[in-house]
Design a protein around this ligand. Sequence first.
Ligand code: DC
Length: 225
Amino acid sequence: MHKNGLQVAIDGPASAGKSTVAKLVAKQFNYIYVDTGAMYRAITYKVLKNGISLDNDEEIATIADGSHISFEPGETDQKVFIDGEEITTAIREENVTNSVSAVAAIQAVRTKLSTEQKEIAKDGGVVMDGRDIGTTVLPNAEVKIFLIASVEERAQRRYKENIQKGINTPLDELRLEIEARDYKDSHRKISPLTKAEDAVEIDTTSLSINEVVEEIAKNINKVLA
Ligand code: DC
């Protein structure tokens, strides 16, 4: 146990419900929630804004090194900033979503962000979600969860979320995007998406949000007991 509580790592593929449940788990245990995907998205946003080509690893590394990402509590969701500029909604746009895997595959970007993530989590009391938290960022996390769900279910969830936001991407397109991102995230050379050996796998396809949260809480309480 760390000074402020446990380290809880939640990994899994795109749209498996990680951030939704991670936020609720953090609230229940009064832990801080860290969305590491938002950090990769923030760098991607700045890369696109500066017109840097996605295959220019060196310039992207320079951008990552010179950037300061921060989070602030918001009314519903956490606010995300890069160098003081609020980018909470901008990092959810399709252009960022479709470019982030390329940026997340660059070693220098991963080194910079994972060092920051380790620092944020060092005293515990943290729920961190991402792709490599249980394997690389927090290999000694006391609780490791790997969330999965079928491609069809994840596409349906994205579709419903999008409709609420007024975005009208056809379901077929979302399915293809999810498959493409799964492939890129699990086949990159550095820290690919893989389940840590000691992670508990939860298939959320036919579970409600509350059922997933309860299952994770059970795992946390087991360690706390
Ligand atoms: O969780 P998300 O969809 O917001 O993540 C965006 C992208 O960032 C995802 O396609 C893969 C990458 N990512 C990563 O490589 N490592 C992490 N710890 C978190 C996200």
